[in-house]
Design a protein around this ligand. Structure first.
Ligand code: DX5
Ligand code: ZN
Length: 217
């Protein structure tokens, strides 16, 4: 079952509630919220107080992607703000297993993200614990970048590992996903597709989501 997660990074930040409603009404299952701290990645986006306000405006599933150093210091704030899924970067975590437990204890689904240069082996000991594995298909930090094709093999290998071992883990991809690349990542085994510019930059969100989901035939 494919789930579409529009990234509000490409939305108009002056009216985020409307921008979220637009994509939820257009059929998106999740809202992908990119949190950047200006250190782990160069940009700064938003923090838990904003998520808390957005929560009042939407019942959608909030998929929070933490691109921050010291993610362990942010978990309770984002959980209390109304996150449903909290994903942190393995590159920013010293005690990843503990952070996963922290996220689950806070009542959220736990995700771990890997940068393009980070090998899958970094996930190995966590696959029995996590709900989501997020494979970055661009280097994190900006919307509108080009999909890195060599990530397809990484997705495929993870898909087989998950299937062959019976792990209950969704494979999420993030970066450069549009109609064409979505076909490739779906075929490789990804089932949560994040898309920012391809949805918010499109004239018609319904059509954009249908194409990314692969419903255009
Ligand atoms: C990148 C973010 C992405 C970004 C994707 O660092 O994690 O979620 O918004 O944007 P597109 O879909 O435009 O590549
Ligand atoms: Zn993201």
């Amino acid at each position: 079952m494919i789930k579409i997660a529009p990234s509000i990074l490409s939305a108009d930040f002056s009216c985020l509630a409307d921008e979220m409603k637009k994509v939820a009404d257009a059929g998106a299952e999740y809202i992908h919220i990119d949190v950047m701290d200006g250190t782990f990645v160069p940009n700064i986006t938003l923090g838990s107080p904003v998520v808390k306000c957005l929560r009042k405006a939407s019942r959608a599933v909030f998929d929070v992607h933490l691109m921050v150093e010291h993610p362990e210091t942010q978990i309770s704030a984002f959980a209390e703000a109304g996150a449903d899924i909290i994903t942190f970067h393995i590159e920013a975590a010293r005690h990843a297993h503990r952070i996963v437990q922290q996220i689950k204890a806070a009542g959220c689904r736990a995700g771990v993200a890997l940068n393009p240069a980070t090998p899958l082996v970094m996930l190995e000991e966590l696959l029995g614990e996590i709900d989501v594995a997020l494979l970055m298909t661009v280097n994190p930090g900006y919307g509108g970048q080009k999909f890195i094709p060599s990530m397809l093999e990484k997705i495929e290998i993870l898909h087989h590992t998950v299937k062959d071992n019976g792990f209950d883990v969704d494979i999420e991809v993030d970066g450069g996903i549009q109609a064409e690349t979505s076909k490739l990542v779906r075929a490789a085994g990804a089932n949560i597709l994040v898309a920012g510019s391809a949805i918010y930059g499109a004239p018609d969100a319904v059509e954009a989501i249908r194409r990314i989901r692969g419903e255009d035939g």
